[in-house]
Design a protein around this ligand. Structure first.
Ligand SMILES: NCc1[nH]cc(CCC(=O)O)c1CC(=O)O
Length: 316
């Protein structure tokens, strides 16, 4: 492969294409003269958009084809929303860098209501995230929450067609697609703690591809990478699969710049029990911090809650 060409394998949803174009632009800005091409592909996950994620084998379906292209050498990098990246990589592949995080919060989107509190009794809310569902139900047990799948445009269309009174989406996706004006309210992390990795974009490469890894280095954001590492270590210790009522959110400790502050929760989808844990720890030991917070959740009984959700068909 020519020395100044990089090929990006990408899904063809607007959000995936935005992320791929973003990495292309950043690479071209950092390395004048470089040539970056996109290789678009439709994944199994994209073909099965109407089936519940848990039934079709989880988020791994969205990345497998991209990873195959990396292993075949048809592409050099795959760009991912960190929220969707499985914990384990195929042999020979791994994350090279994580870029600066966009707003990590969840967004309340509605054409008629200004916030969760503003929703009338029994209102219909769309989300397919058990994490969002359990936090919503704990505040508003009266709401009718039902499944909402598809890419960001499809979800907004279902809202506009009147299927729901409101939907919850990641703010980052809406901001990136210039749909920020659809956000009725950003949800405080205290009421909707974000998913591990939400809002962050990461880049996967072949681990032995020193050329590409060096070219990507200027795009790395240390602070985001430490935050996401703590969140993902927590998720991994909980054996969190693709569809789980787990939230994990780390930020630099406002009182001590050398520390990270990780907050997390595991909840029953019905919202009746929500276990929470938080801890601060040295930012250069992000992984240990994540494991410690996970241990605290497990000590409170998180294992039984997750087991009940997984049933016997744990997806990943
Ligand atoms: N699960 C799909 C997905 N993966 C990443 C984002 C949004 C952007 C991000 O978190 O980086 C979304 C949409 C959503 O949850 O609303």
């Amino acid at each position: 492969m020519s020395d100044n060409i990089i090929r990006i394998a990408t899904r063809e949803s607007l959000l995936a294409l935005w992320q791929a174009e973003f990495i292309k632009a950043e690479l071209e800005a950092a390395h004048p003269g470089i040539q970056v091409e996109l290789l678009g592909m439709t994944t199994r996950g994209d073909q099965l958009l109407d089936s519940p994620l848990s039934k079709i084998g989880g988020k791994a379906l969205f990345v497998k084809e991209l990873e195959q292209a990396l292993m075949d050498g048809r592409a050099d990098i795959a760009v991912h929303s960190m929220k969707d990246v499985p914990m384990e990589f195929p042999e020979g592949l791994g994350l090279a860098i994580i870029c600066e995080r966009e707003d990590p919060r969840d967004a309340f989107v509605s054409n008629h209501f200004s916030s969760v509190n503003d929703l009338p009794q029994g209102a219909r809310v769309g989300t397919s995230s058990l994490r969002r569902e359990c936090q919503l139900r704990s505040q508003r047990p009266d709401l009718q929450i039902s499944s909402l799948r598809g890419n960001v445009q499809t979800r907004l269309r279902k809202l506009d067609e009147g299927e729901f009174d409101a939907i919850i989406l990641a703010a980052a996706g809406l901001i990136r697609l210039k749909l920020e004006d659809r956000i009725a309210a950003l949800m405080a992390v205290e009421s909707s703690l974000p998913a591990c990795g939400q809002g962050a974009v990461g880049v996967e490469t072949r681990l032995d591809d020193a050329r590409v890894i060096a070219l990507l280095a200027p795009l790395h954001n240390r602070v985001t990478a430490e935050e996401v590492m703590a969140e993902r270590a927590m998720n991994r210790r909980l054996e969190g699969g693709c569809q789980v009522p787990i939230a994990g959110y780390a930020i630099p400790d406002p009182d001590n710049a050398d520390q990270l502050w990780l907050r997390a929760l595991v909840g029953e989808p019905n919202g009746k029990t929500i276990l929470t844990a938080e801890q601060r720890g040295p930012r250069d030991q992000a992984e240990a911090l994540g494991i410690a917070v996970a241990e605290s959740l497990l000590a409170q009984g998180a294992g039984a809650i997750l087991q009940a959700v997984y049933g016997d068909s744990k997806a990943e």
